[in-house]
Design a protein around this ligand. Structure first.
Ligand code: HAM
Length: 472
């Protein structure tokens, strides 16, 4: 078995490239300039990969905190699986005929001649871990969550990257419709808690066995229109007809308006399961849109499939779903031979962070410093270094500018940060064992005993009366 090479990108990057630094020119004015140090452009990022910069982190943090809070509240345990897995895992589960496995996998042969792949998603890995570690023997269902990078060699565009992050929830070992509904509820609630209104798009694709009759019907519906289809859609129709429902081609979209909806072809058990899921959603007042064209791009789904779209999104951004998931009752059996129903979903973290930014919604930053250290001289720096840690242990957020020397510049930094107090330590205070406390609002200063400074500042910051430690 040879791993498929990822398709070479057709177009040059749409993202602006960093300009190489301009070469240094000799200084004007006749005098020979000192030979300029040669600068060179730093290596560029790979296409479709990006840095998540410090200024973006607060929104990411808010999402991470919310995911963790919901996971804990709903009794999900964290799991981390490796980023590199055997390529076979994804071929068997996500499906050989899917875009993900066929075209987008970062697959290669490693130095030990193993066929490996950077994970394009994590559901297959979670299912593998469940089977590998005998989680069948635990009380069922087993509820797991994860967060981490995934890799797909897709064509980069807004909201679509080659390395991206997912936060996912999986419930393994239960066939109950309430599990599908609870997962949808959690996904919606995460978005609500971070301030994003979303709409649930939902469909049922039944089981592989009962889907056969529908696929035959769908293929014969499209047969007279074959000539109008793109090569890609023709191939889909032949190899994986369900995926035609997902086509973005306008001609296909028009034809789809009259295509038979899959729900009409579901067997009684699938229909009953889907009805129950919808009833649970009605019960918790989660609005949804029944979307007969929602099929998702992974082969392992059975019964319920769903996505969360940003509210107001009518489908133009459908390839930008904020989250997606569904039931995958056959996947565990495929891997381990043990029938184990399961369902789950994953949130696309880049897409959520980007939508938060577009909507100008706030994130969760570092706690704002309450105290600033200003120091004069190396001896004071040494004291400051120790005090900083004492404040951290005391739970008071502190800031410093140990790299700066002049008191004026240090006070400017303190002002910019908006701290209520600055502690100043000069040579005299080092010798005296004292600290100057400067009230940044009034500019008033007082001297305090260094030994008691943490508890004194705690009282000052909480507004409690001082017990006379400070000597005016
Ligand atoms: P998926 O729909 O392929 O499902 O991915 C889930 C989410 O990841 C998408 O809705 C999207 O937000 C984000 N995503 C996917 N590809 C990219 C990309 N190239 N760049 C940025 N974001 C992307 C799965 O992966 C399933 N494992 C979900 C699941 C869990 N089903 C059951 N359990």
């Amino acid at each position: 078995m040879t791993a498929k090479k990822p398709a070479a990108p057709k177009k040059k990057t749409e993202e602006p490239k960093a300009k190489p630094a301009a070469p240094a020119t000799p200084a004007a004015g006749g005098k020979e300039a000192a030979p300029a140090k040669k600068t060179k452009p730093a290596p560029e990022l790979l296409r479709g990969f990006r840095d998540i910069l410090p200024e973006e982190q607060p929104r990411w943090q808010k999402l991470r905190d919310t995911v963790r809070a919901l996971a804990e509240a709903y009794s999900f345990d964290r799991i981390d699986t490796p980023i590199l897995e055997r390529v076979e895992l994804f071929q068997r589960t996500v499906g050989k005929q899917t875009d993900i496995v066929e075209k987008e996998m970062y697959a290669f042969t490693d130095a030990s001649e193993e066929q490996v792949a950077l994970r394009p998603e994590a559901t297959a890995s979670v299912a593998r871990a469940y089977a590998n570690h005998g989680m069948f023997n635990l009380p069922q269902p087993v509820k797991l969550w994860y967060e981490g990078p995934m890799f797909r060699h897709e064509r980069p565009q807004a909201g679509r990257y080659r390395q991206f992050h997912q936060a996912g929830f999986e419930v393994l070992g239960s066939a109950e419709a309430i599990m599908d509904a609870q997962l949808i509820m959690i996904a919606v609630q995460i978005m609500k808690d971070i301030g994003l209104p979303t709409v649930v798009q939902i469909n049922s694709i039944g089981t592989p066995e009962t889907r056969q009759a529908y696929l035959a019907e769908l293929t014969s519906y499209f047969r007279p229109h074959r000539a109008k289809l793109s090569e890609d859609d023709k191939r889909r129709l032949q190899k994986n007809p369900l995926r035609i429902l997902d086509s973005k081609d306008p001609t296909v979209q028009e034809l789809l308006a009259n295509a038979p909806p899959i729900v009409d072809w579901l067997d009684e058990t699938s229909k009953a399961h889907f009805t129950k899921v919808l009833e649970f959603l009605d019960e918790v007042e989660i609005p949804y849109v029944l979307n007969p064209h929602l099929v998702r791009g992974l082969d392992y789904y059975t019964h319920t499939v769903f996505e969360l779209w940003e509210a107001g999104d009518t489908g133009e951004r459908a390839q930008n779903a904020l989250a997606g998931g569904g039931r995958y009752d056959g996947l565990l059996e495929l891997l381990s031979g043990r029938p184990t129903p399961a369902c789950g979903f994953a949130i696309g973290m880049e897409r959520v962070a980007r939508t938060l930014a577009e909507r100008n919604l706030p994130g969760t930053g570092r706690p704002a410093p309450q105290v600033f250290f200003a120091q004069l001289g190396d001896a004071a720096r040494r004291v400051g270094l120790k005090l900083y840690e004492q404040f951290r242990q005391g739970g008071i957020p502190v800031a410093e500018a140990f790299g700066k020397n002049a008191l004026k510049t240090q006070l400017e930094s303190a002002n910019k940060l908006g701290v209520p107090y600055t502690l100043i330590i000069g040579q005299k205070e080092v010798l005296d064992g004292t600290v100057i406390i400067r009230d940044m609002d009034s500019g008033a200063q007082e001297i305090a005993d260094r030994e008691k400074i943490v508890s004194l500042m705690k009282r000052k910051l909480s507004g409690a009366p001082e017990a006379g430690e400070a000597q005016a």
